[in-house]
Write a protein that binds this ligand. Structure first.
Ligand code: ADP
Ligand code: GN1
Ligand code: MG
Length: 358
């Protein structure tokens, strides 16, 4: 059975009223397979998001789902009474057997969320207002979770943002070089190795306790946030698979990486990729408005560096996957991961060129 027919069979295992009238594929993410369905009951239509969880990336999908149920319930309690309250957190739809997932014949886990309508997503920021909204939305998300004990969550991918571990993976791929691609990327490799030590500081601060452990999302790139079509407000942070204990700097870093850049993560024309100071200022204004009440001085001081560090870790991970023959991220053409690694390196260079100004 192909994935789409499996999806159809799986969707019927969730407790959704009415009859299935449409299924569409969404190809935006790099990790999971996402389908949007429409159900009809008594003339009313309702949409749902169904995802097959990538078990190469998440070996314990049941733990992923337990984290997500707990975190979304917590956020729901915090947002009761706000305008658009029902669109401010993902709503997990249970399977008919009462679990927050169902398993297909091949052992793959699937989950369902209520679809959040009337929203837009962006792969790159269209202007300062959106950067400001994103900052405020991520700050609000962290603030809503600031009283949630992070030790109650499973660590679904150990050492996810550990720079030293990511360089070890890079080093192994360089040695094995299974596709003979290493000779094509010597310049990129030498830039990344020159920057290794500087990139280790944030993980070290988290591990030695200088930076407090909090609930972090770990994948706060701009297309994991749904913006209201009407007001432009960042309504809902999605893609909660990597929710686990971490430092807030992992999340400030990924929002800086994706919201202060002038090009898509996979732009081939590197001239178009720059770090854009006005977006950074707007993003941090919005973020501080929501997050300053709970941040420690150490967290505040690390924000600027976090953007560079998370950009670096993505460059390392994309280049590693390129050397490995594209086994982790979804790719659409042969050099896709290399293009992604190069945009991240260009972004780091552009940050460095403007470092004193921000
Ligand atoms: P991936 O892990 O593959 O990135 P995501 O959870 O980010 O998967 O989902 C991929 C895309 O699907 C999102 O960028 C968004 O456009 C859309 N999407 C996912 N869940 C919802 C939802 N509940 N409501 C509306 N759109 C959604
Ligand atoms: C992946 O799932 P998605 O596309 O939102 C990746 C992130 C990277 C991102 C780069 C679990 O996120 O860590 O930052 O691609 N997710 C995982 O675009 O590895
Ligand atoms: Mg995503």
């Amino acid at each position: 059975m192909d994935t789409r027919s499996t999806a159809e069979a799986i969707i019927r295992k969730f407790s959704i009223p009415g009859s299935l009238v449409d299924i569409k594929v969404n190809t935006q993410g790099h990790i999971n397979s996402t389908f949007i369905s429409t159900f009809e009951k008594d003339g009313e239509r309702a949409k749902y998001t169904h995802q097959r969880i990538n078990s190469n990336v998440f070996p314990h999908p049941d733990e992923v789902m337990e984290n997500i149920v707990r975190v979304t319930e917590h956020i729901r309690k915090k947002t009761v009474g706000l305008p658009d309250a029902e669109r401010r957190s993902l709503r997990v739809v249970m399977a008919a057997d009462g679990r927050p997932y169902t398993i297909d014949d091949e052992g793959m886990y699937w989950r369902t969320y209520g679809f959040i309508d009337g929203v837009k997503t962006y792969d790159k920021v269209p202007g300062e207002d959106t950067a400001y909204s994103l900052g405020k939305g991520i700050g609000a998300f962290q603030s809503e979770l600031s009283d949630f004990d992070s030790s109650k969550l499973y660590t679904v991918i150990p050492r996810f943002h550990d720079m030293r571990m990511r360089y070890m993976q890079l080093s192994t791929s360089m040695e094995k070089d299974p596709k003979g691609r290493r000779k094509l990327v010597e310049d990129e490799l030498s830039f990344l190795w020159d920057n290794k030590e500087r990139g280790e500081r944030i993980w070290d601060g988290f591990e030695n306790g200088t930076l407090p452990s909090r609930v972090t999302h770990n994948d706060t790139k701009i297309n994991n946030v749904l913006f209201s079509e009407g007001s432009g407000e960042a309504l809902c942070v999605i893609d909660l698979d990597t929710i686990m204990p971490g430092t807030v700097l992992f999340d400030t870093g990924d929002m800086i990486r994706t919201a202060c850049s002038t090009a898509d993560e996979d732009e081939r024309d590197l001239k178009l990729m720059e770090f854009h100071l006005p977006y950074y200022k707007a993003l941090i204004d919005g973020y501080m408005e929501a997050a300053s009440p709970f941040l420690t001085d150490g967290e505040r001081e690390g924000i600027k560096e976090s953007g560079r560090t998370i950009t670096q870790i993505m460059a390392v991970r994309f280049l590693t996957d390129y050397l490995n023959g594209d086994v982790y991220y979804r790719t659409e053409y042969e050099e896709h991961n290399l293009v992604r690694a190069r945009t991240q390196i260009k972004l780091m260079r552009s940050m460095d060129a403007q470092w004193r100004e921000y």
